[in-house]
Design a protein around this ligand. Structure first.
Ligand code: AHR
Length: 496
């Protein structure tokens, strides 16, 4: 192992933007064991009186999810929200087509609202624009947000929920560009339908904020023209353009995988450019920003067939150390792009490509749990434009990349700051100077670090502590500078 040097320059005057807390959100879908046996499992010894898993809720609070997107996902495009409200004994069992599973509807909109309250997260609700009509979409807004006195608001009251919920964030369908989507549409067809749905939904509640379906991946042949087209149809009616992406290392090219921040950054740059283009073309003063409402590593487990069973084990990805380093870089990008990225939802929150896995009486934190937790906890206030000088490494997919990937936050309200650093080198420890160019803190409070020599190392129920962070002591900042040694294949969080 060799030891080379890097330098990180921090200036609290070099502000990119406020960090939107909603970039620390999650996504829960009626898929596999995310809802049933994940969030909701009345038969578990760990369930509360409502059937919610208390251990899972505690983990959600640790992750400090600010908002949860629900109920899908591909599930959304075949879902009739009326199936999931009212007395549980009268809710239908349905063949759920997206994942070929049996949906019992024992968990629905009101249970979701209650769950969000329990974990102190905002809800983000999707409306079905696959099989669903614009009228059904509007009725859901009425059911959820209207005061008593009209049909669907009164239905909510009759179900025992007197007060409107005031749900602010809504998704206009899911991945409507994908041929796999139930009721998939061409861009102009979706643009027209989304616009009309938005119009009706806003008539019920003008305060709502709407996310339009952008491309479901950069791999789509219609990317990014789909985004341009749907934005041109809906610009003044929507607040966010959604983007989705799942990172993968199927060809086991770890150098390229560990440089995935280049992909994430370029996806945001392309869509930010598309937003600017449409705004200029339409001579609009209205702003639309980005909602990365599905993101994660996903490629090892492709089991998506439920074989008409309840809560089947679908895409229960096991996360290893290199996945955690990619998640950390992704969140670095969230901070570096804080001016345009305002929502991001980790897909998903439990069991299904999730940071935690459950059995009926236990729970496991996977490797990706920890980077999410640290960013969510410490990246507050403003994102800073960090200057890094680092040795480079050559990658097959992204060419030459710096060995370190960095972001930083400073919160003027509290005076607290954090620096997040991935050392993507597989064999080099980096002696790294951190230099404050404006006012420096007196001390580094604490350092949290994840490092492992085996990129494929993963936690399991038998060995839950294989890939976990360590807490290192703080140190004084002398002459505006500290020097650290960053191990190869590591993620370091410095709080001050
Ligand atoms: O998160 C799993 C699936 O991935 C979602 O249902 C869909 O939107 C995406 O393709």
């Amino acid at each position: 192992m060799s030891n080379t040097t890097a330098r990180i320059f921090i200036d609290t005057n070099r502000i990119i933007s406020d960090i939107s807390p909603l970039v620390f959100s999650g996504f829960a879908e009626h898929m596999g064991r995310c809802i049933y046996q994940g969030i909701y499992e009345p038969d578990s010894p760990l369930a509360d009186e409502n059937g919610f898993r208390t251990d899972v809720m505690a983990a959600m609070r640790e992750l400090n999810f600010r908002m949860i997107r629900y109920p899908g996902g591909n599930f959304l495009s075949g879902y009739n929200w009326l199936d999931g409200v009212g007395p549980k004994s009268q809710r239908p069992r349905r063949k759920e087509l997206a994942w070929q599973s049996i949906e019992t509807n024992q968990f629905g909109t009101n249970e979701f609202m209650q769950f969000c309250r329990m974990i102190n997260a905002k809800p983000m609700l999707g409306v079905n624009l696959g099989t669903g009509s614009i009228s059904e979409a509007a009725s859901l807004v009425e059911y959820v947000n209207a005061p008593a006195g009209s049909k669907f608001a009164d239905l909510r009251v009759s179900h025992g929920y007197k007060d409107p919920y005031g749900v602010e964030y809504w998704c206009l369908g899911n991945e409507m560009d994908g041929p796999w989507q139930i009721g998939h549409l061409e861009a102009h067809e979706y643009g027209l339908k989304a616009r009309e749905a938005a119009k009706m939904m806003r008539w019920h509640d003008p305060r709502i904020k709407l996310a339009l379906c952008g491309s479901s991946s950069t791999h789509m042949p219609t990317y990014p023209d789909w985004d341009r087209s749907v934005l041109e149809h809906c610009w003044d009616m929507v607040d966010y353009l959604s983007l989705h992406y799942y990172a993968q290392n199927a060809d086991n090219d770890t150098s390229s995988f560990l440089a995935s921040s280049a992909q994430f950054e370029s996806q945001i740059d392309t869509l930010a450019g598309t937003l600017r283009y449409v705004k200029a073309k339409l001579r609009s003063k209205h702003e639309v920003t980005l909602s990365w409402d599905e993101w994660n590593v996903w490629y090892k487990n492709g089991n998506m067939q439920g074989n008409w069973t309840e809560a089947p084990h679908l895409i229960e990805e096991v996360y290893n150390h290199e996945d955690a380093l990619v998640v950390a870089q992704w969140m670095n990008v969230f901070l570096r792009k804080a001016d345009i990225l305002k929502i991001a939802c980790l897909a998903q929150i439990v069991n299904v490509i999730g940071p935690i896995l459950t059995t009926s009486n236990s729970m496991l934190r996977q490797s990706i749990f920890f980077p999410f937790m640290y960013f969510s906890r410490y990246a507050t206030g403003q994102s800073l434009d960090v200057l890094t000088q680092s040795p480079k490494t050559e990658t097959a997919k992204y060419g030459e990349m710096p060995l370190i990937d960095t972001s930083a936050s400073y919160d003027p309200a509290t005076g607290e700051s954090a620096i997040f650093i991935v050392n993507r080198s597989q064999d080099q420890a980096l002696t790294t100077d951190i230099v404050w160019q404006s006012v420096a803190p007196a001390r580094i409070k604490t350092i949290y670090q994840m490092a492992h020599s085996d990129v494929k190392a993963a936690n399991s129920f038998e060995h839950p502590d294989t890939v976990v962070p360590v807490t290192l002591p703080g140190m004084p900042v002398n002459n505006n500078k500290v020097t650290l040694s960053l191990p190869p294949l590591s993620f370091t969080v410095i709080t001050a």
